[in-house]
Design a protein around this ligand. Sequence first.
Ligand code: HEC
Ligand code: HEC
Ligand code: HEC
Ligand code: HEC
Ligand code: HEC
Length: 338
Amino acid sequence: MPGPNRARGKAAVLRNAECVGCHRDVAASWLSSRHASAFTNSAYQSAAAREPSAFCNGCHAPEATQALAPTPSEAALGVGCVSCHVAADETILAAAHASPTMGATKAPVDVKPEKKGPHEVLRSPQFAASGACAGCHEFRFPQETRSGDEAFMQTTVREHARSPASERACASCHMQPRDGLRSHSFLEVRDAVWVRSYLKASADQRPDGTVRITIAQTYPGHGFPTGDLFRSVEIGAALRKDGKELARDVSVLTRHWGLAAASSTRPLLGDTRLFYEPLEIDLTPRPGPLPNGATLEWWVTLQRVATIGGHPTLTSPAEASIESELPLWRETVKPTNQ
Ligand code: HEC
Ligand code: HEC
Ligand code: HEC
Ligand code: HEC
Ligand code: HEC
């Protein structure tokens, strides 16, 4: 099954250009994915600059032979077709017609017509289930050996195994067919309409000034949020009057980490994420009845947090350094008792 540290170097880059040459439609969608830019994207580049380690490149440039210094073509390849589809023990020799310079970019190779036709590729029941993803989407902190969740930087695979969708492949949600072919862009997770279609959220205003926000996953495949250790969901409520915000209260769904030296285990202080049962979150921007003419607004925002800096528990989300945000809801609370 696919995983980190494939270390097949140039041969992998060359063979990938062949896949791209024949499978142009799949390749176009792969090229738009974060897999194809796993090493080159700016979020990764700035994180790796903060914490340079060969360990990181094992997944972000899995075909690199020298993990700390991938060649430009290994770096540009990122997680390639070959990283997922060509098994570790399979011969990966590129075709003889590939020129030595080919593959320095992701440009396709023209494959001779007589070679066109079906071929052997990795196809097993395990690959069609979560096996195609598990090797990279769950892993421990370096040097960790414990098996509890606290030892893991990412836990998406075990979250999936505990979810009501455990029998469904990751690909059944993440690679839905477009024009008859499975999508390889994995970009839905950055599309608010798609993400919202798996969630429901509502807000009630109480007489004492509290806003109760109820949020649930309608068809959970894992926790929300999942993935990178700093992914967070901000749930907030604010009291507004005459266009001004008077007060706010915020709660964060995330794994709360303590501080640690670079690349060693961070203590897991708590996990407030949304799993398989609805969560009710009470926020009180200001206690007491709503002042005349004031309104209450509530929101739910998925945040891709770059680092939590010096703030061990992320109880002050304003202090986190946020890479990008995906606003999911922002609405005025409808009073329930007026
Ligand atoms: C010479 C052209 C050619 C090259 C090179 C090529 N393929 Fe294919 N591939 C095909 C054709 C033709 C089919 C069958 C029709 C289809 O599914 O598009 C196919 C089918 C597939 C399938 C589906 C198999 C199935 O049973 O449905 C996968 C997965 C695949 N290729 C992956 C790859 C990967 C990964 C590479 C690079 C290592 C690659 N291909 C290189 C032509 C090619
Ligand atoms: C060889 C390792 C590897 C394999 C195998 C792999 N991934 Fe990934 N995946 C990554 C890396 C690394 C990233 C982060 C790329 C980046 O820097 O943004 C990623 C990113 C993603 C993202 C995008 C998250 C975002 O921030 O937009 C999704 C969704 C995803 N993978 C799903 C899958 C699924 C589903 C599978 C199995 C079909 C899979 N991956 C297989 C390494 C892998
Ligand atoms: C039932 C549908 C479903 C299944 C099954 C599923 N996911 Fe997801 N996944 C989602 C939804 C919806 C989101 C967007 C909300 C979120 O971030 O949690 C998502 C988000 C993600 C992200 C993005 C994290 C981020 O914030 O960038 C990754 C990575 C991911 N899934 C990987 C996987 C892997 C790996 C599996 C299998 C082990 C899997 N998913 C199974 C529905 C699913
Ligand atoms: C992150 C892992 C990953 C990467 C990268 C990846 N694939 Fe796939 N691909 C899959 C999975 C998983 C499936 C579905 C397998 C199944 O259901 O049996 C799939 C399915 C396919 C299919 C069959 C399409 C269909 O609709 O059934 C083809 C063809 C294919 N991939 C080619 C490619 C090519 C070419 C590339 C590079 C341009 C590529 N893949 C990159 C994981 C990946
Ligand atoms: C075992 C595989 C693996 C290792 C090792 C790994 N990562 Fe990742 N990384 C992933 C996967 C899978 C994702 C996608 C999850 C998500 O998007 O939430 C990811 C996502 C990220 C992201 C978010 C990228 C984006 O597009 O938003 C950053 C930043 C990152 N990793 C940095 C690092 C750093 C720094 C290290 C080393 C300390 C590291 N990674 C080690 C697999 C790995």
